[in-house]
Design a protein around this ligand. Structure first.
Ligand SMILES: C[S@@+](CC[C@H](N)C(=O)[O-])C[C@H]1O[C@@H](n2cnc3c(N)ncnc32)[C@H](O)[C@@H]1O
Length: 246
Protein backbone atom coordinates (compact mmCIF):
# COMPACT_ATOMS: atom_id res chain seq x y z
CA UNK A 1 0.00 0.00 0.00
CA UNK A 2 1.25 3.51 -0.80
CA UNK A 3 1.37 5.91 2.17
CA UNK A 4 -0.66 9.13 2.01
CA UNK A 5 2.36 11.45 1.72
CA UNK A 6 3.98 9.39 -1.04
CA UNK A 7 0.72 9.06 -2.89
CA UNK A 8 0.15 12.84 -2.76
CA UNK A 9 3.53 13.44 -4.40
CA UNK A 10 2.94 10.78 -7.04
CA UNK A 11 -0.61 11.99 -7.64
CA UNK A 12 0.67 15.53 -8.15
CA UNK A 13 3.23 14.23 -10.64
CA UNK A 14 0.46 12.32 -12.44
CA UNK A 15 -1.80 15.38 -12.42
CA UNK A 16 0.92 17.56 -13.99
CA UNK A 17 1.39 15.13 -16.89
CA UNK A 18 -2.29 14.31 -17.41
CA UNK A 19 -4.10 15.34 -20.59
CA UNK A 20 -7.83 16.18 -20.57
CA UNK A 21 -10.15 13.20 -20.23
CA UNK A 22 -7.47 10.84 -18.94
CA UNK A 23 -6.90 11.36 -15.19
CA UNK A 24 -3.87 10.17 -13.23
CA UNK A 25 -3.87 6.77 -11.55
CA UNK A 26 -5.74 6.38 -8.29
CA UNK A 27 -3.91 5.22 -5.20
CA UNK A 28 -5.03 1.59 -5.61
CA UNK A 29 -4.18 1.62 -9.33
CA UNK A 30 -0.72 2.99 -8.58
CA UNK A 31 -0.17 0.42 -5.83
CA UNK A 32 -1.14 -2.38 -8.22
CA UNK A 33 1.03 -0.97 -11.03
CA UNK A 34 4.07 -0.72 -8.74
CA UNK A 35 3.75 -4.04 -6.91
CA UNK A 36 5.62 -6.12 -9.56
CA UNK A 37 8.71 -3.99 -8.82
CA UNK A 38 8.74 -4.50 -5.04
CA UNK A 39 11.89 -6.63 -5.09
CA UNK A 40 13.98 -4.03 -6.96
CA UNK A 41 16.43 -1.71 -5.15
CA UNK A 42 14.81 1.36 -3.58
CA UNK A 43 16.47 3.72 -6.05
CA UNK A 44 14.99 1.83 -9.03
CA UNK A 45 11.60 1.69 -7.34
CA UNK A 46 11.64 5.46 -6.93
CA UNK A 47 12.43 6.05 -10.62
CA UNK A 48 9.73 3.59 -11.68
CA UNK A 49 7.16 5.09 -9.28
CA UNK A 50 7.56 8.60 -10.68
CA UNK A 51 7.59 7.40 -14.27
CA UNK A 52 4.45 5.32 -13.64
CA UNK A 53 2.69 8.30 -12.09
CA UNK A 54 3.68 10.50 -15.04
CA UNK A 55 2.55 7.85 -17.53
CA UNK A 56 -0.82 7.14 -15.88
CA UNK A 57 -2.92 9.40 -18.09
CA UNK A 58 -1.24 8.08 -21.23
CA UNK A 59 -1.74 4.50 -20.06
CA UNK A 60 -5.47 5.19 -19.81
CA UNK A 61 -5.47 6.76 -23.28
CA UNK A 62 -3.66 3.77 -24.80
CA UNK A 63 -6.04 1.39 -23.04
CA UNK A 64 -9.04 3.29 -24.40
CA UNK A 65 -7.84 3.41 -28.00
CA UNK A 66 -6.11 0.07 -28.52
CA UNK A 67 -8.13 -3.01 -29.45
CA UNK A 68 -9.19 -5.01 -26.40
CA UNK A 69 -8.16 -8.22 -28.16
CA UNK A 70 -5.16 -9.21 -30.20
CA UNK A 71 -1.40 -8.80 -30.27
CA UNK A 72 0.01 -5.52 -28.96
CA UNK A 73 3.66 -4.46 -29.15
CA UNK A 74 5.12 -1.91 -26.74
CA UNK A 75 8.35 -0.92 -28.50
CA UNK A 76 11.01 0.60 -26.23
CA UNK A 77 8.94 -0.47 -23.23
CA UNK A 78 11.50 0.54 -20.60
CA UNK A 79 10.49 -0.91 -17.24
CA UNK A 80 7.25 -2.22 -18.73
CA UNK A 81 4.59 -0.22 -16.88
CA UNK A 82 2.57 0.53 -20.03
CA UNK A 83 2.75 -3.10 -21.24
CA UNK A 84 1.64 -4.34 -17.84
CA UNK A 85 -1.27 -1.89 -17.80
CA UNK A 86 -2.40 -2.99 -21.27
CA UNK A 87 -2.14 -6.67 -20.30
CA UNK A 88 -4.81 -6.13 -17.64
CA UNK A 89 -7.16 -6.78 -20.55
CA UNK A 90 -7.00 -10.60 -20.84
CA UNK A 91 -7.92 -10.61 -24.55
CA UNK A 92 -4.65 -8.88 -25.38
CA UNK A 93 -1.34 -10.66 -25.93
CA UNK A 94 1.20 -7.99 -25.02
CA UNK A 95 4.90 -8.03 -25.88
CA UNK A 96 7.22 -5.38 -24.45
CA UNK A 97 10.64 -5.05 -26.05
CA UNK A 98 13.56 -2.87 -25.13
CA UNK A 99 17.22 -2.86 -26.09
CA UNK A 100 18.28 -2.39 -22.47
CA UNK A 101 18.93 -5.68 -20.73
CA UNK A 102 18.63 -4.19 -17.23
CA UNK A 103 15.27 -2.60 -18.05
CA UNK A 104 13.88 -5.84 -19.46
CA UNK A 105 15.07 -7.69 -16.37
CA UNK A 106 13.29 -5.13 -14.18
CA UNK A 107 10.19 -5.20 -16.41
CA UNK A 108 9.74 -8.94 -15.86
CA UNK A 109 9.35 -8.10 -12.18
CA UNK A 110 7.99 -10.45 -9.57
CA UNK A 111 5.03 -11.88 -11.44
CA UNK A 112 4.04 -12.18 -15.09
CA UNK A 113 0.45 -12.55 -16.25
CA UNK A 114 0.07 -15.28 -18.90
CA UNK A 115 -0.73 -12.75 -21.68
CA UNK A 116 2.42 -10.66 -21.15
CA UNK A 117 6.02 -11.17 -22.30
CA UNK A 118 9.14 -9.03 -22.21
CA UNK A 119 12.09 -9.54 -24.50
CA UNK A 120 15.34 -7.78 -25.06
CA UNK A 121 15.26 -6.73 -28.70
CA UNK A 122 15.58 -3.70 -30.89
CA UNK A 123 12.23 -2.29 -31.95
CA UNK A 124 13.03 -2.98 -35.58
CA UNK A 125 13.77 -6.67 -34.99
CA UNK A 126 10.62 -7.06 -32.89
CA UNK A 127 8.39 -5.65 -35.63
CA UNK A 128 9.96 -7.44 -38.60
CA UNK A 129 7.57 -10.17 -39.64
CA UNK A 130 6.46 -12.25 -42.62
CA UNK A 131 3.05 -10.68 -42.65
CA UNK A 132 0.32 -8.98 -40.63
CA UNK A 133 0.50 -10.21 -37.05
CA UNK A 134 0.00 -7.13 -34.80
CA UNK A 135 -3.21 -5.39 -33.75
CA UNK A 136 -1.61 -2.48 -31.96
CA UNK A 137 1.71 -0.71 -31.49
CA UNK A 138 2.84 1.65 -28.75
CA UNK A 139 5.97 3.81 -28.88
CA UNK A 140 6.37 6.00 -25.82
CA UNK A 141 9.43 8.24 -25.91
CA UNK A 142 11.25 5.60 -27.94
CA UNK A 143 11.46 6.77 -31.56
CA UNK A 144 13.66 9.77 -30.76
CA UNK A 145 16.61 7.44 -30.19
CA UNK A 146 16.82 6.43 -33.84
CA UNK A 147 17.50 8.57 -36.90
CA UNK A 148 14.97 9.75 -39.48
CA UNK A 149 15.63 6.88 -41.92
CA UNK A 150 15.34 4.29 -39.17
CA UNK A 151 12.10 5.93 -37.97
CA UNK A 152 10.71 5.70 -41.49
CA UNK A 153 11.77 2.04 -41.78
CA UNK A 154 10.23 1.19 -38.40
CA UNK A 155 6.94 2.87 -39.29
CA UNK A 156 6.79 1.13 -42.67
CA UNK A 157 7.52 -2.17 -40.89
CA UNK A 158 4.67 -1.54 -38.42
CA UNK A 159 2.27 -0.91 -41.30
CA UNK A 160 3.37 -4.10 -43.09
CA UNK A 161 2.95 -6.07 -39.88
CA UNK A 162 -0.42 -4.50 -38.99
CA UNK A 163 -3.58 -6.57 -39.11
CA UNK A 164 -6.77 -4.92 -40.46
CA UNK A 165 -8.06 -2.38 -37.94
CA UNK A 166 -4.67 -2.09 -36.23
CA UNK A 167 -3.81 1.04 -34.33
CA UNK A 168 -0.57 2.85 -33.57
CA UNK A 169 -0.01 5.13 -30.58
CA UNK A 170 3.05 7.37 -30.45
CA UNK A 171 4.16 9.69 -27.69
CA UNK A 172 7.37 11.52 -28.40
CA UNK A 173 9.12 14.84 -28.03
CA UNK A 174 8.83 17.04 -31.08
CA UNK A 175 10.92 19.95 -32.36
CA UNK A 176 8.75 22.81 -31.15
CA UNK A 177 8.64 25.08 -29.29
CA UNK A 178 12.37 25.63 -29.56
CA UNK A 179 12.99 26.45 -25.88
CA UNK A 180 11.37 23.18 -24.80
CA UNK A 181 13.34 21.30 -27.43
CA UNK A 182 16.60 22.76 -26.10
CA UNK A 183 15.75 21.74 -22.53
CA UNK A 184 14.63 18.21 -23.34
CA UNK A 185 17.63 17.60 -25.61
CA UNK A 186 19.97 18.76 -22.86
CA UNK A 187 18.26 16.44 -20.35
CA UNK A 188 18.49 13.49 -22.74
CA UNK A 189 22.18 14.12 -23.48
CA UNK A 190 22.90 14.07 -19.75
CA UNK A 191 20.88 10.86 -19.31
CA UNK A 192 22.61 9.11 -22.21
CA UNK A 193 26.00 10.32 -20.95
CA UNK A 194 25.23 8.72 -17.58
CA UNK A 195 23.95 5.46 -19.16
CA UNK A 196 20.53 6.15 -17.62
CA UNK A 197 18.94 3.60 -19.98
CA UNK A 198 21.41 0.86 -19.04
CA UNK A 199 23.25 -0.75 -21.91
CA UNK A 200 20.83 0.49 -24.60
CA UNK A 201 22.64 2.14 -27.51
CA UNK A 202 22.72 5.91 -27.19
CA UNK A 203 20.71 7.22 -30.08
CA UNK A 204 21.13 10.26 -32.29
CA UNK A 205 18.23 12.12 -30.55
CA UNK A 206 15.90 12.95 -33.42
CA UNK A 207 13.31 15.65 -32.80
CA UNK A 208 10.96 16.54 -35.65
CA UNK A 209 8.15 19.04 -36.16
CA UNK A 210 4.61 17.70 -35.84
CA UNK A 211 3.88 18.22 -39.56
CA UNK A 212 6.92 16.16 -40.52
CA UNK A 213 5.77 13.33 -38.26
CA UNK A 214 2.28 13.40 -39.75
CA UNK A 215 3.74 13.27 -43.28
CA UNK A 216 6.13 10.42 -42.44
CA UNK A 217 3.31 8.48 -40.82
CA UNK A 218 1.12 9.12 -43.85
CA UNK A 219 3.84 7.94 -46.26
CA UNK A 220 4.22 4.79 -44.17
CA UNK A 221 0.48 4.06 -44.42
CA UNK A 222 -0.78 5.53 -41.13
CA UNK A 223 -3.34 8.32 -40.73
CA UNK A 224 -3.20 10.45 -37.59
CA UNK A 225 -6.79 10.44 -36.34
CA UNK A 226 -6.33 12.04 -32.94
CA UNK A 227 -3.40 14.05 -31.63
CA UNK A 228 -2.57 16.49 -28.88
CA UNK A 229 0.30 18.16 -27.07
CA UNK A 230 1.27 17.24 -23.53
CA UNK A 231 0.35 19.99 -21.02
CA UNK A 232 1.59 23.47 -22.01
CA UNK A 233 3.10 24.33 -18.64
CA UNK A 234 5.46 21.34 -18.70
CA UNK A 235 8.97 22.08 -20.01
CA UNK A 236 8.66 19.14 -22.44
CA UNK A 237 7.62 19.39 -26.11
CA UNK A 238 5.53 16.21 -25.87
CA UNK A 239 3.18 15.09 -28.65
CA UNK A 240 0.69 12.22 -28.56
CA UNK A 241 -0.72 10.73 -31.76
CA UNK A 242 -3.22 7.96 -32.35
CA UNK A 243 -3.01 6.54 -35.87
CA UNK A 244 -5.13 4.16 -37.91
CA UNK A 245 -3.89 2.06 -40.78
CA UNK A 246 -4.89 3.65 -44.09
C1 LIG B 1 12.70 7.29 -22.43
S1 LIG B 1 12.70 5.55 -22.29
C2 LIG B 1 10.95 5.23 -22.38
C3 LIG B 1 10.64 3.88 -21.83
C4 LIG B 1 9.14 3.58 -21.75
N1 LIG B 1 8.52 3.59 -23.05
C5 LIG B 1 8.46 4.56 -20.83
O1 LIG B 1 7.64 5.35 -21.32
O2 LIG B 1 8.76 4.57 -19.63
C6 LIG B 1 13.25 5.01 -23.88
C7 LIG B 1 13.48 3.52 -23.95
O3 LIG B 1 13.72 3.14 -25.31
C8 LIG B 1 14.71 2.13 -25.30
N2 LIG B 1 15.29 2.10 -26.65
C9 LIG B 1 16.08 3.04 -27.25
N3 LIG B 1 16.37 2.67 -28.50
C10 LIG B 1 15.74 1.47 -28.72
C11 LIG B 1 15.65 0.58 -29.84
N4 LIG B 1 16.27 0.85 -30.99
N5 LIG B 1 14.92 -0.56 -29.71
C12 LIG B 1 14.31 -0.83 -28.53
N6 LIG B 1 14.36 -0.03 -27.44
C13 LIG B 1 15.06 1.11 -27.54
C14 LIG B 1 15.65 2.52 -24.20
O4 LIG B 1 16.39 1.43 -23.73
C15 LIG B 1 14.68 3.06 -23.14
O5 LIG B 1 14.27 2.07 -22.24
Amino acid sequence: MIGAARYSTLWLCGRLFATPGYPPLSRSELAAALSPYDALPRSSQRVIAFRTAALGSLMRRADAFLPSEGAILDAGCGHGQMARWLAREPGRQVLGVDSSESRIRAARGAEMPPNLRFERASMHDAIASDGPCWDGFVFVDALLYIDVEAQRDVLIATREAARPGALLLIKDSIAEPRWKLRLTRMEERIKLGRAYYGNAPGGPLTYRPREEWVATLHDAGWRVTDDCRTPRFLPYPGWIAVCHAV
